[in-house]
Ligand binder design. Structure first.
Ligand SMILES: *Cc1c(COP(=O)(O)O)cnc(C)c1O
Length: 717
């Protein structure tokens, strides 16, 4: 997908000219995120200058511009290094040269994937959590499968916030600007060499946007950016931050992404055969699709209601929609007048009253007191829709059945495609090498086939344990450093700062809890019964706990949950065995899911649409202890992890008490004893039997490969 005149190729060439000739291939590697899931890719950059690699947040473009002269010279004269670089580039080139997959999607008219956030890599901080992580994994898997896909999003120059906690455990937010010229991105340019610009009607103004291109393997990711001199200063802010709290800015972002996204594709000469709206943020795309259809059919249809409806039908026939939000309150709504104002320009172009567009976003279109709902609008604008787990599909049908009056809930046209994770991104190197040996040649091409994973049963306890220990040890080593620097930055005493670093052990049972701190994720269950938790932590058999997560800047309740964790501070059992890691991100997530033995997840059912972090842990040989909600509801079979009830209880206090008690009981009576049950020096056999059951059964089913094959079958066809 990247030709010789491609803007990324030019950017790579410009970077290559700054490097000694033998290293020029590194510039090409740096400008395609394919390196991040190519074996040896990350090692290549880190070996040039390990310290600098860390300082650059693993951004290869920055590294190549900022690495020390010695590091660069050493690499340029190191034959082994040059050979590895050649191999990595060879793998990437071969991948890019493959023909597109034949299937329901036409390579000449690719699928355009729309999402408000993408977690491709920590060096491109335009994501906040699970939605972005999923979108990033979808692009990478689409690339691996050679699916004809392009992706559309926004370039948030300040991204999502960074987190720092203070002595009391209170979260503080700060934003760091990324310099797009120092990320692996390049502006799309027109034939005249100037940046290709589009305009987007937002309220009363026509905003000008430019388009950045990022290569995610074979999939180009286009990111719109309104930080242009044509726009007034306040408007330039529209694409500054992900999920700003201000509703005007949010709506403007949605219009930019949806309407601007379609215009950008057209400006680039890309004619998508289908658009996939991943969550409702981009749903206004359908308005622009309708406008284009209407214009093609003879222009403004102000006097032609049928023509307008036909245009909306044509737009609908092209769009599919994935909903991710099983809570009514989590589905964005806006006052009708605010939306009508935002959509004035488009409504004018379509020749309709803006209020008639607003009514498309109501459950009951005629109910003028109802606000505009982004999800309702997206459901009405797409020909097919899905939830992201079996249970979430059921919840979504129940939640939205009023949009299809007269239909029984079971026949509401919202299906489900359970999420999955991109294995090459998440599986740790030691585990990857073990799977390479155990699963046979070409296993990566057969990851979604359960038969591929049958061979997991042949892996010996010794081999499996060695890998688990290695990945845990890597995590522990990193936690030692991180816990000290986090604690010292908060202003803690030296003695407290080093407490965890001194006691964390590569051989101790390691529990992980890391995710967005939203109320429904119930972080507070971890310290519901403080005395009992302290007994567990102080027991003879060591239990070490890693916790991370950000609360939305406007979510004070979430921040109080984090703060409550710190209230145990002072008890030596907590200081030494529990670490809160500031500033959860993709890089940290990878370390945690690779090293943790048990992944805890205690959402309030049925509010976990799917969850994916647990899947990432499973493919690394971790075990789940989770509420039967989201993906775990269809994954747990009694032998492959542990489960808490997923039943609904409207007495939330009682539910919390019950679940907290059951969580501790499982830890005390099952998890800890099984982990530490050993015959002499032998690995824990019963534990590893569970690990094998979990990997064998769950890895194929919760791989991104299975997910995209299912999207092809159920929705893209
Ligand atoms: C995978 C991932 C998530 C999603 O986690 P869940 O809580 O399981 O939905 C969120 N944030 C990051 C950084 C991730 O890598």
């Amino acid at each position: 997908m990247s030709g010789p005149d491609d803007e990324l190729t030019k950017a790579a060439d410009a970077l290559a000219r700054r490097l000694p000739e033998p290293l020029s291939v590194l510039a090409s590697i740096a400008y395609n995120y394919r390196w991040s899931w190519t074996p040896g890719g990350a090692e290549l950059f880190s070996s040039i200058d390990q310290e600098r690699w860390k300082l650059c947040k693993s951004n290869p473009v920055r590294l190549l511009r900022e690495a020390s002269a010695q590091g660069i010279e050493r690499a340029a004269s190191d034959d082994d290094f040059l050979r590895s670089a050649g191999e990595v580039w060879g793998t990437i080139e071969a991948d890019l040269a493959r023909p597109a997959r034949s299937g329901p999607l036409d390579p000449k008219r690719p699928l355009a994937f729309f999402c408000a956030e993408y977690a491709v890599h920590q060096s491109l901080p335009i994501y906040s959590g699970g939605l972005g992580a999923l979108a990033g994994d979808i692009l990478k898997e689409a690339s691996d499968m050679a699916l004809p896909m392009v992706a559309m999003g926004l370039l948030y120059r300040q991204g999502y916030f960074r987190q720092r906690t203070d002595l009391s455990g209170w979260q503080h937010e700060y934003w760091v600007s990324t310099d797009p010229d120092r990320t692996p991105a390049a502006l799309v340019r027109g034939d005249d060499g100037a940046p290709l610009l589009i305009t987007v009607p937002i309220g009363d103004v026509e905003l000008t946007a430019q388009i950045w291109k990022v290569a995610v393997g074979r999939v180009p990711l286009y990111l719109l950016d309104v930080d242009r001199p044509e726009n007034d200063f306040a408007s330039r802010w529209i694409s500054a931050r992900l999920y700003t709290g201000d509703p005007d800015y949010r709506l403007a972002q949605y219009a930019l992404l949806g309407i601007g996204g379609i215009r950008a594709l057209e400006a680039m000469g890309i004619d998508p055969g289908m658009i996939h709206l991943n969550e409702g943020h981009a749903a206004f795309a359908s308005l622009e699709l309708a406008r284009v259809t209407q214009a093609a059919n003879g222009g403004n249809g102000s006097s032609d209601h049928d023509g307008l409806e036909a245009a909306f039908d044509a737009a609908r026939a092209k769009a599919i929609f994935t909903t991710h939000t099983p809570v009514p309150a989590g589905n964005d709504t806006y006052p009708a007048d605010q939306v009508a104002h935002m959509l004035r320009g488009v409504a004018g172009a379509l020749g309709v009253d803006p209020q008639s567009l607003v009514s498309r976003g109501r459950t009951h279109p005629e109910a003028s007191e109802e606000p505009f709902g982004v999800t309702q609008f997206a459901l009405r604008s797409s020909r097919a829709a899905n939830g992201v787990s079996r249970r979430h599909g059921e919840v979504a049908r129940e939640m939205w059945h009023q949009l299809w009056p007269g239909r029984p809930v079971a026949e509401v046209p919202i299906t489900h495609v359970t999420n999955g994770v991109h294995l090459p991104t998440w599986v740790g190197r030691p585990m990857w090498e073990l799977l390479d040996r155990a699963l046979g040649e070409g296993w990566q091409d057969r990851v979604s086939d359960p038969a591929t994973w049958a061979a997991v049963d042949q892996i010996s306890d010794e081999d499996l344990w060695a890998v688990r220990r290695q990945q845990r040890a890597d995590l522990v080593e990193w936690v030692r450093e991180r816990s000290v620097s986090n604690r010292l930055s908060r202003g803690e005493s030296r003695q407290y700062a080093i407490a965890a670093a001194e006691t964390f052990s590569p051989d101790a049972l390691t529990l992980g809890f890391a995710r967005r701190v939203a109320t429904y994720k119930r972080l507070h269950l971890l310290m519901y019964d403080v005395e009992r938790t302290l007994r567990l932590l102080g027991g003879e058999r060591r239990v070490q706990v890693l916790i991370a997560g950000k609360a939305h800047p406007r979510d004070d309740e979430g921040k109080r949950f984090i703060q409550a964790l710190f209230s145990g501070k002072g008890d030596p059992r907590v200081n030494a065995n529990v670490v809160f890691l500031d500033d959860y991100d993709l890089g940290m997530a990878a370390r945690l899911v690779q090293g943790c033995d048990v992944w805890l997840n205690v959402p309030r059912p049925p509010l976990e649409a799917s969850g994916t972090s647990g899947m990432k842990n499973v493919v690394n040989g971790g075990l789940q202890l989770s509420v039967l909600d989201g993906w775990w509801d269809e994954a747990y079979d009694g032998n492959n992890g542990w489960a808490l009830s997923g039943a609904l209880d409207f007495d939330q206090g009682a539910q919390d008490a019950r679940d907290a008690a059951e969580l501790l009981r499982l830890l005390e009576e099952e998890v800890v004893p099984t982990f530490y049950e050993r015959e002499g020096d032998a690995p824990p056999s019963a534990w590893l039997t569970r690990v094998r059951a979990s990997m064998r059964g769950l890895a194929p089913q919760f791989s991104a490969r299975r997910m995209l094959e299912e999207y092809e079958d159920k929705l893209y066809g």
